[in-house]
Design a protein around this ligand. Structure first.
Ligand SMILES: [Zn+2]
Length: 234
């Protein structure tokens, strides 16, 4: 066996180990570099967070995966009517996806299988649920970085998308797993322990009073524009 193949097998074996990833965080740089230079195949569970067009017939799909955290995969020919990939690659679908790392930093999507079919049915029957889960998946996409494995967050995502809990509870759970636990937070402006919102761009917590655009506190801080994304936590 060639030494490259031996190394590849060793790397594949240990990079899948969660404690390996967590204890050797500085190795993430090396880890990322390896993806650029070695073709590695992964077969992992994932949530489709978002999908966008890429050229005439291709698509870019953003996943939150069990093994790699958030990744972007290129789906060749996904916009063709006959594409087998297309049906599974819609946002808020859980899939099992085979990803092949490419030299350009993107993953190539080799194939996908849908699973957790019961969720699809539940969502299909309720436009409110559909909108809610789309907002939550957008939040996960915006709040996470590519290629940062987080098994705790993956477990939280599975829990959120397999229940029909209140939307604010989903945000609280995601924030807790990202290191912004609302339980121990206070308003970043006045110190009030009763927080009502999370400011997505600034990563601040706010109480009801400081978040209201009518109060003099909000005007004083001049924080809020029309496009401010305030995530309700109560
Ligand atoms: Zn406040």
């Amino acid at each position: 066996m060639s030494s490259i193949l031996k190394f590849k097998r060793f790397y594949l074996k240990y990079s899948k180990n969660i404690s390996f990833s967590q204890f050797f965080k500085p190795l993430f740089i090396v880890h990322n570099l390896l993806y650029y230079f070695i073709m590695i195949e992964y077969f992992t569970e994932a949530l489709v967070l978002d999908k966008e067009d890429s050229g005439e017939i291709d698509g870019l799909v953003h996943f939150y995966t069990e093994e790699l955290g958030k990744v972007t995969g290129k789906a060749r020919g996904v916009k063709k009517m006959t594409s087998k990939l297309n049906a599974h690659l819609e946002p808020i679908h859980f899939v099992k996806v085979r990803l092949i790392s490419g030299k350009n930093g993107y993953f190539q999507i080799a194939d996908t299988l849908s699973f957790k079919k019961e969720l699809k049915k539940e969502i299909k029957n309720s436009p409110e649920n559909l909108a809610k889960f789309l907002r939550i998946s957008r939040f996960i996409k915006d709040m996470t970085f590519e290629m940062q494995t987080d098994f705790g967050l993956w477990q939280a995502i599975k829990k959120i998308f397999s229940s029909n809990a209140e939307e604010f509870l989903a945000y609280r759970l995601i924030l807790k797993n990202l290191g912004f636990d609302p339980e121990y937070a206070a308003c970043d402006f006045c110190g009030n322990k009763k927080i009502s919102y999370f400011h997505q761009q600034d990563h601040n917590f706010l109480c009801q009073k400081c978040a209201s655009p009518c109060t003099k506190e909000a005007r004083h801080h001049q924080t809020f524009s029309e496009n401010t994304l305030l995530i309700r936590l109560l």
